[in-house]
Design a protein around this ligand. Structure first.
Ligand code: FES
Ligand SMILES: [Fe+2]
Length: 333
């Protein structure tokens, strides 16, 4: 193992206890319970901002099928059933900023039509959101953690047979990192164990024997998101936002945005070649999430007694270390 990148200050020595002892299920459950008690503002992530264009898409959120498309740059999300006779609008086309029903040509736009009304949306430049949970106290905008001003980003989206809390709980158990993802993490030590904020020192594998060591924190700003922030070492200020959007009972979408920054001189160049870097960023995130989705689905099956049929959103097709398996999982929508 060869360390590259900025050296970090030595950590005080501690009595090393095995990770399975440190990973106290009661602590993880308490941290998850506290995250679930936070506000959500009604907002859910739909997808990567780049993947919402003028071609209408059907996306299911919290039990409702929505048609989603872009009109004059603005994201429109509305019920997918036509208010006339129920045709699926995502099978129509967008003309002059309006979705035209494929059955009888009704053109629907932002002004709505009777009970067919658009939902509030927000495009933060990386992710597109919809305010779709009517039971929560609404906020004008999604609740976001600070992001770096200049960044290179990548987004992965995967469907999972679990609920948002299982996705969040997975992230609140960092102790599985080196055991479950040995291809990505060489060492990992939790340096501060607070149920509202975990701090870690982690070395992740950059290439072959080369590892980069960073300090980072995990916190859940809402009940459906968890954010890793790099606080020391190379890339300080970079964040990885993991969001979980309910699809319907027992199914959700995990959408993760890696928003990477650096104060190194070469970063300006990296931003210029961002389209070349993006697939690499997304492939690495997908490789982890193929495994973490399996973890979240297992947690869901254990806590609900749901049938664990072994078909886990691409997880079974993934061979640790294989980007082919990860990419297959990432394509699932
Ligand atoms: S069903 Fe849409 S216009 Fe008739
Ligand atoms: Fe993980």
């Amino acid at each position: 193992m060869i360390r590259i990148g900025r050296p970090l200050p030595e950590l005080p020595p501690t009595k090393a206890r095995p990770d399975w002892v440190e990973a106290d299920p009661r602590f993880i459950e308490e941290a998850t319970r506290r995250a679930m008690a936070r506000e959500g503002g009604g907002w859910c992530v739909l997808d990567d901002s780049r993947k919402i264009g003028e071609t209408p898409r059907k996306l299911r959120v919290a039990g409702r099928d929505l048609v989603v498309f872009r009109s004059d740059g603005r994201v429109v999300a509305a019920p997918n059933g036509c208010p006339h006779m129920g045709a699926e609008l995502h099978q129509g086309r967008v003309e002059n900023g309006r979705i035209v029903c494929p059955w009888h040509g009704l053109a629907l736009g932002l002004e709505g039509h009777g009970r067919w009304q658009c939902l509030p949306t927000h495009d933060d430049g990386v992710l597109v959101w919809v305010r779709a949970i009517a039971t929560e106290t609404p906020t004008d905008r999604p609740i976001l953690s600070p992001r770096p001003a200049r960044f290179v980003s990548g987004v992965v989206r995967m469907a999972a047979r679990c609920e948002p809390e299982d996705i969040v709980a997975n992230r609140l158990d960092p102790w599985h990192g080196t055991h479950y993802h040995p291809h990505s993490f060489a060492t990992l030590r939790v340096t501060d164990k607070d149920p509202d904020r975990l701090a870690l020192r982690v070395s992740y594998r950059a290439f072959g024997p080369l590892v980069v060591e960073v300090d980072c924190t995990f916190h859940a700003p809402t009940r459906r998101s968890i954010v890793m922030t790099i606080t020391g070492g190379d890339g300080a200020g970079s964040v990885v936002e993991t969001h979980a959007t309910p699809i319907h009972d027992g199914r959700c979408a995990m959408v993760e945005a890696t928003i990477a920054s650096s104060d190194r001189k070469g970063f300006r160049f990296a931003r210029r070649v961002a389209p070349l870097l993006r697939p690499f960023i997304e492939q690495r995130a997908a490789r982890l999430w193929v495994e973490d989705v399996a973890y979240a689905e297992r947690r869901y099956a254990l806590r609900t007694g749901a049938a664990d049929d072994g078909i886990r959103s691409g997880a079974l097709r993934a061979v640790p270390g294989s980007d082919r398996g990860a990419a297959a999982g990432a394509r699932r929508r």
